[in-house]
Ligand binder design. Structure first.
Ligand code: TIU
Length: 234
């Protein structure tokens, strides 16, 4: 008989219960291309400094989830060097200072294998942690993410990363439609726009949790601290 009790996080709109053994921490697109100058985010006209406040709280969550033996999955948005997986509609959108595939100070903008495409040093994945390369905003579209969750026995997601109203929202909406329950950590997601950060978080928990739950990381960490000691599966 399974005697594990789920943990409860004091979240909006009501407590989020989870079993760490069946929950994955998802770290979305914490790439130089979005957080550092000269990348995709800045090419779109954004102040990339807005996102850096996420790094500290997310480092603490990452460490705690690793220590608890939870599944940790990272994602990166980007394209193959020949851009064959980049729809023309995305490539030609707007009038950025540099387009996807153009050269930049950290290599070609949003192209896999380039320095700018990789995850920032502060949040580098550990060996064995899956990194999902995705061509779109959502983690499920045209990736192995869905199959990975099934194979890992994951039913719930703790979602972090950037940006709140773009890749985080798209992924949470995709996950919600597939039956996953998502807790979004409010200080571990970031937007270039403070008003979108606020509204993006409110949209998730509104209407009784239409897309999921939200909570500050300190509340999640307090709940996780109640988990019995586990060892990382080998
Ligand atoms: N532009 C913007 O806010 N975000 C993206 O293009 N991708 C992600 O959110 N990762």
């Amino acid at each position: 008989m399974d005697v594990r009790q789920p943990l409860a996080v004091e979240a909006a709109p009501y407590p989020f219960s989870f079993d760490p053994a069946e929950t994955a921490l998802v770290v979305i697109d914490m790439q130089r291309d979005f957080l550092e100058p000269g990348g995709f985010g800045e090419s779109l006209g954004n102040d990339v400094g807005q996102l850096r406040k996420v790094i500290g709280p997310l480092r603490a969550v990452l460490a705690a989830c690793r220590a608890a033996g939870m599944t940790v999955i990272h994602t990166r948005e980007g394209h193959l060097p020949d851009l064959s997986d980049c729809p023309p509609a995305k490539l030609l959108r707007g009038s950025p200072s540099a387009r996807i595939g153009d050269p930049g100070p950290k290599g070609r903008i949003l192209v896999r294998g380039e320095e700018g495409h990789d995850i920032i040093d502060e949040l580098r994945p550990e060996p064995g942690e899956p990194v999902i390369d995705k061509p779109g905003k959502g983690a499920f579209y045209a990736t192995e993410f869905g199959d990975l969750l099934i194979s890992q026995g994951v039913h719930k997601l703790v979602v972090t990363g950037v940006t709140t109203e773009v890749c985080v929202h798209t992924t949470v909406r995709e996950a919600n439609d597939r039956g996953y329950e998502c807790l979004v950590l409010s200080d571990c997601v970031g937007s270039y726009f403070p008003e979108f950060q606020r509204a993006g978080l409110e949209m998730i928990a509104a209407q009784g949790g239409i897309f999921g739950w939200t909570a500050p990381s300190e509340v999640f960490l307090a709940a996780l601290a109640e988990a019995p000691a586990t060892s990382r599966p080998v």
